[in-house]
Design a protein around this ligand. Structure first.
Ligand SMILES: [Zn+2]
Length: 453
């Protein structure tokens, strides 16, 4: 199969799942000039097609490209490095390692590995939280679509202006280097690493310049303790650095609302510690949520109220979070885990298989503000697609195709990843990336992280 350039394609498969409409048996999608030209029965499209090239997937399901709304590509090489359960200790060790052990080249290699893993997993769009230019380079090279949120830290209100100036510098260089498929945004990290003053300055900047915003929110009990009572490990740490912290007596979401941050309609990552009132505020402000059920579980933070989020009318997508707290970027597995958690819990809204397929595609596109151009297989949208092979024994027999994809598939079953009509992965080869080229630098990173091993 030819790889790596946008082509006019006719792709046929036993199943086409447009997500915005019912599954099609023996379907086809025609791609012209990077966009979806038509979706319909293969027999009809074959007759009319002007495509130069035909891809017949056979026993497979063709879907919109998967949308990962919350990732940390630069931290991919830390997979398996931080397996401790205490969140404060985890975050401290992560920050130290990122700044003291890994250099620019390491971060670039790490981000490239993240992009490679995503492409092979059928992911075509990523909401990436990045603290350096490595991610932007890796995304541009790899051909993925992304909203790249430049991360900002600054817990000391006295240094808020300084943090803002640092951010403006980075944004300027990102804009100069930005690739066509990458939108630049900003990400104040979290309530315990960003002062109220800095949050306000960032919200003003975002509203004035139209930057999309993403922020970690209502993720842990330690965060709740910090925001409500100015107590716990985050408060103690800031006080040890002579930074004053005051109890706010409200939830993170109320705090963000009162600060003016929700006015930027941010993408809120996690939202575990969320009341009905919080969800009402999120929905009313047009903010969205990156639901990261596996990361939440692995870090022992609890289960986010997905059913209540959807009932409140919030736009929700799925996020793998960094593989440092999930260990794989696998949206199919994330959707399966989300569905199983809802069923295992006591929430009344469980949803059907199709609802969870929507979360990992159109829901994610909505959460990132990109639903006009991606997220479903509809004529006119950009041709971002992926396909799940259904021929393997663990799918047989395929009685309900949506259930087969949700409950039996994982990233390892992806056999096609296309962004804007460009075949990035055909189930065997990568168009733009050389996986072998990463082996040596990754081995060097592993030795740095674990010199004794
Ligand atoms: Zn995160």
């Amino acid at each position: 199969m030819l790889l790596g350039m946008s082509e006019n394609l006719l792709i046929t498969a036993d199943w086409v799942l447009p997500v915005s409409s019912a599954a099609l048996r023996d379907g086809a999608v025609e791609v012209r000039d990077g966009r979806i030209h038509s979706v319909g029965p293969a027999a009809e499209l074959l007759g009319e097609s002007e495509a130069e090239r035909r891809i017949d997937l056979g026993a497979a399901a063709l879907l919109p490209g998967l949308v990962n709304t919350h990732a940390h590509l630069e931290l991919t090489a830390l997979r398996g490095f931080l397996e401790e359960p205490d969140f404060f200790g985890w975050i401290r060790r992560l920050t130290e390692t990122k700044y003291e052990t890994l250099d620019e080249e390491d971060l670039l290699c790490s981000a490239r590995l993240g992009v490679l893993e995503a492409v092979r997993a059928g992911v075509t769009t990523i909401g990436d939280i990045a603290d350096a230019g490595a991610s932007l380079s890796a995304l541009s090279e790899g051909g993925l679509r992304a909203v790249l949120y430049q991360e900002v830290f600054g817990p000391d209100p006295a240094q808020a202006e300084e943090s803002l100036l640092g951010l403006l510098d980075k944004l300027e260089s990102h804009q100069a280097a930005a690739a066509e498929r990458v939108t630049i945004g900003i990400s104040p990290h979290a309530p315990y690493t960003v002062s109220g003053r800095l949050f306000k300055l960032l919200a003003e900047l975002a509203l004035k310049e139209g930057y999309p915003v993403s922020v970690h929110a209502a993720e842990s009990a330690a965060e709740g303790e910090f925001v409500r009572m100015a107590q716990g490990p985050f408060a103690e740490y800031l006080r040890s650095r002579d930074i004053a912290v005051e109890p706010l007596g409200v939830s993170t979401i109320t705090y963000f609302d009162e600060l003016g941050l929700l006015a930027t309609a941010p993408l809120l990552a996690h939202c575990i510690d969320c009341s009905a009132d919080d969800l009402r505020r999120i929905a009313a402000s047009g903010s969205s949520i990156a639901h990261c059920p596996k990361s939440n579980a692995k870090l022992a933070h609890g289960v986010a109220p997905l059913g209540a989020m959807l009932e409140a009318g919030v736009r929700v997508g799925l996020g793998s979070d960094g593989v440092v707290c999930n260990n794989t970027c696998d949206l199919l597995e994330e959707a399966r885990f989300a569905a199983l958690l809802q069923r295992a819990g006591s929430e009344s809204v469980c949803g059907e298989a199709g609802d969870f397929l929507r979360l990992m595609t159109l829901g994610g596109a909505e959460a990132l503000g990109l639903a006009d151009s991606i997220g479903s297989l509809d004529a006119g949208k950009l041709a971002d697609l992926c396909a799940v092979d259904l021929a393997a024994p663990h799918f047989q027999p395929v009685i309900d195709v949506e259930a087969a994809v949700l409950y039996s598939a994982s990233a390892r079953d992806i056999v096609l990843t296309v962004v804007e009509g460009e075949v990035l992965y055909d189930g065997k080869a990568m168009a733009r990336m050389d996986p072998d080229g990463l082996k040596e630098p990754l081995a060097a990173i592993r030795d740095k992280l674990n010199p004794a091993g």
